[in-house]
Ligand binder design. Structure first.
Ligand SMILES: C[S@@+](CC[C@H](N)C(=O)[O-])C[C@H]1O[C@@H](n2cnc3c(N)ncnc32)[C@H](O)[C@@H]1O
Length: 217
């Protein structure tokens, strides 16, 4: 294998997107309704959803915990990877987002498989039982990521998986003067994950960079 791997460009992203399972009409409608309702367009991409779905299927996930529901796009996508008795518990700070997500989840094909928990990740995660999940997905405020990761390492079973969004800091990872105030937190968090003794991790260059971490203990 070359030490100079192929540089992944926008063209590569387009190429892989064209060859990856795309969102169905329901998720397209959800996105469009969320946009009309003034909810920010910051859900994961269809390619990232497809990737996460494969990861969850590979690890035989039944229970998933998410921080950051938004409109419910990723929660529904993940729930579709679970068996009929599986469950996504998804945590959302804003009632406006939780209300919208709950309504769309209720009319989705995975209505019984997604539970919206209202509050902050910092408040809700400590209430979830140890080893009660197979996987977790972090996609909320970046300053909270370190705490969320440590809580999820308790909640996720041994050899379980943690996926974490935005490792590329909204495309501003290498900017000298980033405009987004969370870029510094992402950089620090990336170094924290890379050196974490209880994780075997890699950043997958899909979407805005998605950490794929396996709990080694
Ligand atoms: C990037 S969006 C999540 C996108 C969603 N995972 C998807 O792909 O469909 C981040 C969400 O996290 C929520 N959020 C922000 N801070 C939070 C916190 N401290 N605890 C829980 N949720 C939070 C925001 O309100 C927003 O809905």
């Amino acid at each position: 294998m070359s030490e100079n791997p192929t540089l992944v460009t926008a063209a590569h992203f387009r190429y892989l997107a064209e060859r990856t399972l795309q969102e169905d009409a329901f998720l397209r409608q959800l996105k469009s309704a969320a946009h009309s309702a003034g909810i920010p367009e910051i859900a994961i991409s269809p390619e990232q959803a497809a990737f996460m779905r494969i990861v969850l299927q590979l690890c035989g996930a039944r229970e998933v915990v998410e921080v950051g529901t938004l409109a419910g796009y990723s929660a529904i996508a993940m729930a579709r990877a679970l068996p009929p008795d599986g469950r996504v518990r998804t945590i959302e700070l804003l009632d406006r987002h939780a209300d919208f997500a709950s309504a769309w989840i209720a009319r989705s094909d995975v209505a019984g498989r997604v539970q919206v928990l209202r509050g902050t990740g910092a408040d809700i995660l400590p209430t979830l039982a140890t080893h009660s999940a197979d996987a977790a997905f972090l996609d909320a405020d970046k300053a909270g990521y370190r705490l969320y990761l440590e809580e999820c390492l308790r909640i996720v079973r041994p050899r379980g998986v943690v996926l974490i969004d935005n490792a590329f800091a909204f495309g501003q990872l290498f900017d000298d003067h980033p405009t987004d105030r969370e870029v510094g937190a992402v950089r620090e968090f990336n170094d924290y994950v890379a050196a974490h003794p209880a994780l075997h991790s890699i950043i997958v260059p899909i979407g805005d960079g998605c950490w794929l971490c396996v709990k080694t203990e």
